[in-house]
Structure formats: C-alpha cells, structure tokens
Design a protein around this ligand. Structure first.
Ligand SMILES: *Cc1c(COP(=O)(O)O)cnc(C)c1O
Length: 226
C-alpha cells in the first residue's frame, strides 16, 4: 500500500519548487516500500549515502529510477555502484575522481559527477576547499577523463538556526559555481548544476540560484536511528 503521507509531503515539496529545479528525494535509511510510495507519485530521482544500501535498493526497485550518491564515497567501493549510478554528487578528492573515471570506463559508462565544495563551519563535513578545487582544475588532468561528465557542484550550508549564515554559505557556493563556469567550463553546456538545499534550508538555497535540491526528511520523515 502506498504511504499517503509520503505522497502528500512529496507534492508539497514539489509545489514549492520552480519548474527548472530538480528534486532529488533523499531516501537514505528509509525502507524500499517508502521509496516505492514516492515512485508511484511520480518521483524518479533518489539519493543515497551508503554504497551497500544503495546497491541493495537498486537491485530491488524499478530500473527507471535514477540514483544519486550523496555520501562520503570510499574509493574501494566505487566499483559497487559504478555499473548503475546516474550521478555522484559527493566527489571530494582527486583520487576519488580518478577512480570513478576508471570504473566508469570499465563498464563502458559515462557517470555524471558534481564536485563537492566545503564552505560550512563544521569541519566534519567533507568536500574540496575552494582553493583545492581550483588547484585540481588548474592541473588540467581532468580534461582527459572521458568517463566522467562534470555537471556542477554540490554543497551544504552550516547547520545553524542563524539564517544569515545560511544565506552567506549559499551565496559563497553560488559564487564558486559561477567562477567554475566562467573559468573552466564556459564552453561546456553539461556544466549546469548547482546542488544545494536540504529539508530545512532549501527555500533559502533557491534564492541563491540552486537548481537541484536534496530533500529527505521533509518527504520521508525522520529516518530511524541505526
Ligand atoms: C541526508 C542528506 C540530505 C537530506 O537531508 P534532509 O535534512 O533529510 O533533507 C541532503 N544532502 C546530503 C549530502 C545529505 O547527507
């Protein structure tokens, strides 16, 4: 039986998004039946943060789902998801980037990637510092990686009730995105994605030009601890 609450909340989030904004429903820790409820309400893009959990859900659920990976990805687990993943949003090191390119090529695929940028106050969050990101792109090795498609950046704001801090973080991410687009990807129409905004802060992210939001709790409720 589809869960009406999930379907209602999904529609509420959708109705708050402009038509050009992509909704990634973050289903980590939630049961495959919950994903199916959202699927039957038309949702096709889901995000997960653990390799094994994702591989299992992928095997159980409809094959026209696009899966995005959003968690910290270990290089030795890239091969688990490389055969089917649509987009890896959490590319946070040159080593991981190289590994994704290698595994995608092995499976004759091209995998979309977002470069994760760290601007939030918490040091526990992962992602490239802006300067490490510019170093990576200045190096030009990435231009030879033909099995990854650079689609844009992903980032998180500081986890705080102070909305001025959240505004500032999203503004910083927006500026980094614009700079990358100008300096490195100005002739690449694929570089078009600014992924920012979660359940509690996506309305603010939209004000700063986010065109992809990653919403979990506001759709599925709080995940059970485990
Ligand atoms: C869990 C997670 C989300 C979704 O967070 P909610 O608060 O449940 O909407 C978005 N992005 C990343 C990177 C996450 O880990």
């Amino acid at each position: 039986m589809p869960d009406n609450n999930i379907q209602t909340r999904l529609q509420q989030v959708r109705s708050a998004l402009p038509p050009d904004v992509t909704l990634v429903a973050i289903s980590k820790y939630h049961h495959p039946d919950d994903i199916l409820s959202a699927y039957h309400a038309g949702q096709r893009i889901f995000g997960e943060s653990r390799e094994q959990e994702l591989a299992l859900k992928h095997s159980l659920l409809p094959s026209d789902i696009s899966w995005h990976f959003i968690g910290h990805l270990q290089t030795n687990k890239v091969r688990l998801i490389a055969p089917f993943i649509s987009c890896i949003q959490s590319v946070d090191s040159p080593r991981l980037l190289a590994e994704i390119n290698k595994r995608a090529a092995q499976f004759n695929r091209v995998i979309d990637i977002l470069l994760e940028v760290h601007v939030a106050a918490e040091t526990t969050k992962s992602g490239f510092s802006p300067s490490d990101l510019y170093d990576l792109l200045d190096c030009e090795q990435w231009k030879e990686m033909t099995a990854v498609r650079f689609r844009g950046i992903m980032g998180m704001a500081t986890n705080t009730d102070d909305t001025s801090v959240i505004h500032a973080d999203f503004q910083t991410l927006r500026q980094i995105y614009d700079r990358l687009k100008d300096q490195y990807f100005n002739s690449d129409p694929n570089f078009d994605t600014l992924s920012m905004g979660m359940s509690h802060d996506y309305p603010i992210a939209l004000q700063h030009g986010s065109n992809m939001v990653r919403v979990g709790t506001a759709i599925f409720g709080s995940p059970l601890p485990h």
